[in-house]
Design a protein around this ligand. Structure first.
Ligand code: GLN
Length: 303
């Protein structure tokens, strides 16, 4: 397969949609990103990465970080996380509180904000410094030692963080946090603020296409855990639009309100697309369209 040619065709078709979405405006630091940005990258099984457009421009990973913090917890052979977070799609917004009361403080899945807060809490216990551990992990897996936090985004998240603080306090009231709420939300804000490009994210997520192996053949995750992660990404990775995303694209994926989406073709490749304009559920409009075109052109969906 000529990956470069496929990516160029996909980009040509998706780019006209960049203005159809709305750039995230819940914090001032994200609001100022140009809606005209578009990039897409693909990492193959050998770790070779191809890209088009703004594929080397760093952006705010936001909720995409949730997939990597979960991977880092699972890489530490920690299955106990599944006693504290479920694996069911929620059908509610990523920052929703409602189901937490019915489920006694156990989030429906690790990709809701509530679920990610529990994963960050676990990572904090395992490493003593969750956000630094995650940044180090991403530097290592992406091969880019320059990755860093965006201080303005992290600060802005904290200033507008009442909802996430509420989620954390509510779970703490059920005994589902091991660390103090202020430290858990702080690490969560730092992790959301990490800046990476499509190239960095596709490369770092390559293990999901290789059944848990890195490009150099060393094992990051047990194959069983890579399968499980892909399953949860398919069913829960694109918020309350996961059903529609599976219908259109047919790949495990994790999106973020920075406009990035990481998608996995198990046994073949990992993709990352970025376009900041979002739909009403917080997924990149042109990004989802690009992945839709990709699976249509190649026939490579999991179905
Ligand atoms: N930082 C965002 C939040 O916590 C991340 C949400 C997202 O990307 N969906 O609200």
């Amino acid at each position: 397969m000529d990956y470069q040619a496929v990516l160029e065709e996909v980009a040509d078709r998706a780019r006209p949609l960049v203005r159809q979405g709305r750039v995230a405006d819940y914090i001032p630091a994200l609001e100022c990103v140009s809606p005209d940005r578009f990039g897409i990258a693909l990492t193959d099984l050998n770790g070779e990465t191809y890209g088009v457009g703004d594929w080397e421009v760093p952006f705010s990973v936001q909720s995409i970080s949730k997939a990597f913090s979960l991977a880092l917890v699972l890489a530490q052979e920690d299955q106990s996380i599944w006693e504290r977070v479920g694996r069911e799609p929620s059908g509610t917004a990523f920052n929703s509180l409602v189901q937490l009361e019915w489920e006694q403080g156990i989030p429906r899945n690790p990709f809701l904000n509530s679920g990610a807060l529990v994963v960050t809490d676990r990572l904090q216990t395992l490493t003593g410094d969750a956000s630094t551990a995650l940044l180090d992990f991403l530097r290592e897996e992406s091969g880019n030692p320059e990755l860093s936090f965006d201080q303005a985004v992290a600060g802005s998240e904290a200033e507008h963080g009442d909802r996430n603080a509420a989620l954390a306090h509510f779970m703490a009231s059920f005994g589902n946090l091991e660390n103090p709420v202020p430290s858990v939300i702080e690490h969560y804000f730092w992790q959301c603020s990490i800046e990476m490009s499509c190239r960095d994210l596709a490369t770092a997520g390559g293990f999901l296409a290789r059944h848990g192996l890195r490009a150099d053949g060393t094992r990051l995750l047990h194959a069983r855990d890579a399968k499980r992660m892909n399953a949860v990404m398919l069913t829960c990775g694109t918020y309350d639009a996961a059903g529609e995303f599976a219908y259109r694209v047919g790949l495990p994926a994790k999106s973020g309100v920075g406009g990035g989406i990481v998608a996995v073709v198990p046994g073949r490749c990992t993709l990352c697309v970025w376009s900041p304009g979002l739909d009403a559920r917080g997924n990149s409009v042109a990004g989802a369209a690009a992945l839709d075109h990709f699976t249509t052109l190649t026939g490579w969906s999991v179905f």
